[in-house]
Design a protein around this ligand. Structure first.
Ligand SMILES: [Zn+2]
Length: 454
């Protein structure tokens, strides 16, 4: 081979390299699909979305949206596009397959696999709402540098619970604060804030009367201290989300200035006093309906437990356990089963009443907190439970996208609009006709790049 031939080959390699990088950075046009943009507007039929790098740069009717020269055109005729789902109440690194919450599970590999599973299921942003080790911030930084894939991490740091009480994980000394006084609680919030969390988490629950509950003095001090701190990432006060079960606690928290109620009120129906205070104080409400259902439903063997969308998300050992007659017997004998079923019914009733009254409903599942709360799958089941509760499919999708984004301060995403992060899920069916169609995933784009499906 002569010198010229070698030069020619070099030249061609360089050309190929530039052509390839051009393609990588070039625009993508998704065209011909029905677009549900997450704002609650009517769907756009035969729409187009133009993606450049990790942003949506144009969206509208397919015949009016311009196609940038050299763009990759993807025909999605017959498909439906929704925004990537945002789960504002999840947990990372607590469980591993059939193994329940343990500090040993908080490893980079386990957390990455969980983030990847969320992403495969179209849940592209997750708020890890407490019980986090400090190393999560390093992984969040890696993610922002493009070195760790999967759903985008938002974090509520460790959170504040109660000694010998909630959260009921006794081993997690470096994953949760358990302040004994107002002063300790204030110091814990200030220490958390130095790590720049997206939120602060507190637990107010006596665990069916079996444990001490955080006192109003302490939770009021936490909220006041957090609100006195400017959250640099969000250019706003540091917000506080509360785990609750009972209406009386939820009311006291709203009075104390809480920003987010992170579970359903499910001991009794909500009343006018609570509804009015939620609206006046603009508190967001995350129902986590899947949490209650997951405490008993697998023993009932619903048809969806046979579907690959479910089985692919679940550890085989867990599937085997849930399918065994022994598990059904255990559930029947468990005194909490009846309480959990009653809680599920009350939770569904309350979310409909609050939604109808105009309270902001955000979206989360508590997936990852126990092996029964299946990351990625739980979010689709939650959409179905919201619709079963009486919300329209459009409204349920708004909760899981726009409202969740606002609740966790991720307002650069959550709707399909020009300038937003290009996080979207392409479906084979129309979820407005049947919300179960969110499980029929065709393609997923996260940060403008195609990622794999379940
Ligand atoms: Zn939780």
């Amino acid at each position: 081979m002569g010198y010229r031939d070698e030069l020619e080959i070099c030249f061609r390699i360089i050309c190929c390299f530039f052509a390839a990088t051009h393609l990588l950075d070039g625009a993508t046009v998704l065209t011909g699909a029905r677009i549900i943009d997450g704002t609650g507007r009517r769907p756009l039929e035969n729409g187009a979305v133009v993606i450049e790098a990790n942003r949506i740069v144009n969206i509208g009717p397919a015949d009016t949206v311009g196609r940038p020269p050299g763009a990759e055109i993807i025909d999605l005729n017959g498909k439906t596009i929704i925004p990537g789902l945002i789960s504002a109440h999840t947990h990372l690194g607590l469980c591993k397959g059939i193994i329940g919450p343990s500090p040993e599970n908080y490893t980079r590999q386990n957390v990455q696999q969980q983030l990847q599973q969320y992403e495969r299921y179209g849940v592209l942003t997750v708020m890890s709402l407490g019980v986090n080790k400090d190393v999560l911030y390093a992984w969040r930084d890696e993610q922002r540098e493009g070195k760790l894939d999967g759903a985008d991490i938002f974090t509520a740091d460790r959170g504040l619970g109660v000694q010998r009480g909630a959260p009921p994980f006794p081993l997690f000394e470096d994953q949760v604060y358990r302040p004994a006084s107002v002063e300790e609680a204030q110091a814990d919030v200030r220490e958390s804030a130095t790590r720049h969390p997206d939120m602060i988490k507190i637990w107010i629950d006596d665990l069916f009367g079996k444990a001490p509950k955080m006192t109003p003095e302490i939770f009021s001090a936490v909220i006041e201290q957090a609100h006195a701190i400017v959250n640099e990432a969000h250019k706003n006060k540091l917000r506080v989300a509360a785990h609750i079960f009972e209406l009386s606690d939820a009311k006291a928290l709203v009075k104390a200035g809480i920003d987010i109620i992170a579970h359903s009120v499910r001991d009794k129906p909500v009343d006018t006093e609570f509804i009015d205070s939620m609206k006046t104080n603009r508190v967001a409400y995350i129902p986590t309906l899947d949490l209650d259902e997951s405490q008993y439903v697998y023993a009932e063997q619903p048809a969806w437990m046979q579907e690959p969308f479910f089985t692919k998300a679940v550890d085989p050992a867990l599937l085997e356990r849930w399918r065994s007659p022994l598990y059904a017997k255990e559930m029947q004998a468990n005194p909490n089963t009846a309480k959990n079923k009653a809680a599920a019914i009350t939770g569904q009733h309350n979310v409909k009443v609050l939604f109808d009254a105009g309270v902001t409903i955000a979206f989360g599942t508590d997936s990852g907190a126990l092996p029964t709360r299946i990351q990625g799958f739980a979010e689709h089941r939650e959409l179905q439970l919201l619709v079963q509760a009486g919300l329209s499919p459009t409204a349920a999708i708004v909760c899981a996208t726009k409202n969740s984004a606002e609740a966790i301060g991720a307002t650069d995403r959550g709707t399909l609009e020009s300038g937003k992060q290009a996080d979207l899920v392409v479906l084979n069916g129309n979820p407005l006709e049947d919300i179960r169609n969110t499980t029929r995933i065709y393609m997923i784009y996260h940060h403008g790049k195609r990622v794999s499906e379940p």
